[in-house]
Design a binder for this molecule. Structure first.
Ligand SMILES: [Zn+2]
Length: 238
């Protein structure tokens, strides 16, 4: 596991290590898990959580198949934003608003339904919800970033300017299934968007926080003295 910031650990797995799960150490012991990766990561996630004192609760960044995969298997209550509850609790591996026909590369377009079914861990029982401003653990507070998904959330810690952002930004090219060059970010592809204009607005909201670390749902965290310009540029691109 990689240490992302004080008391924050990143576990990577599946598809060339591109799926991210974060563990946040709590003052009283144990961890909060942010995002749940894919089903193939269950064994590694449970072992990692065990070493850190056990998972107290799982908080989903959003309910997509590649972010809820381990959630039913962690033995802890699962929380998410109110606008994600219905899809988190659904058996479906896809979202009603996705439009895969927008993906330009045909083989990638055909591959996704197979990948998403494999990644998914199935329906998740949601034990409670979180909303903008709620403190989750170790100084991290919930920020609502709707767009890629209606109830997409990130976790923000003011004191060291660390943002765990799930799919507010992509550090991968989902239309070609490959990572972006290190240090680059983009708004998630419109094929996956609940509301692409709002997704861009949410990247601007993240930029305005002036983060030093932006830890995404896929690939490596972005780091810099102030990532505002990088994020504002990403919001303008697509
Ligand atoms: Zn994702």
């Amino acid at each position: 596991m990689e240490r992302v910031a004080d008391g924050v650990w990143l576990l990577q797995g599946d598809l060339r290590g591109s799926m991210n799960i974060y563990f946040i150490e709590q003052e009283g012991g144990g961890v909060v898990q942010f995002d749940a990766g894919t089903k193939a990561m269950v064994r590694k996630a449970r072992a990692a959580a065990e070493r850190l004192g056990g998972v107290e609760r799982v908080v989903l960044g959003h309910a997509d198949a590649d972010h809820r995969g381990t959630a039913p298997s962690m033995g802890a209550p699962v929380h998410c934003h109110a606008d994600e509850v219905a899809d988190a609790e659904s058996d479906a591996w896809n979202r009603p608003y996705w439009d895969l026909s927008q993906l330009p590369v045909a083989p990638v377009r055909w591959l996704y339904p197979f990948l998403l079914r494999r990644w998914d861990g199935g329906a998740v029982k949601i034990a409670g919800t979180v909303a903008e401003g709620d403190e989750v653990a170790a100084g991290f507070r919930v920020v609502h970033f709707p767009g890629h998904a209606p109830g997409l959330i990130g976790l923000w810690r003011e004191r060291d300017r660390v943002a765990l952002v799930s799919d507010v930004i992509y550090c991968v090219d989902s239309a070609r299934l490959k990572p972006l060059p290190q240090g680059e970010a983009s708004v998630p592809h419109p094929a996956w968007a609940w509301d692409h204009a709002q997704a861009k607005q949410s990247v601007r909201k993240l930029a305005a926080l002036e983060p030093k670390v932006v830890a995404p749902g896929h690939a490596e965290p972005l780091r810099g003295e102030n990532l505002r310009a990088v994020l504002e540029e990403a919001a303008e691109k697509h």
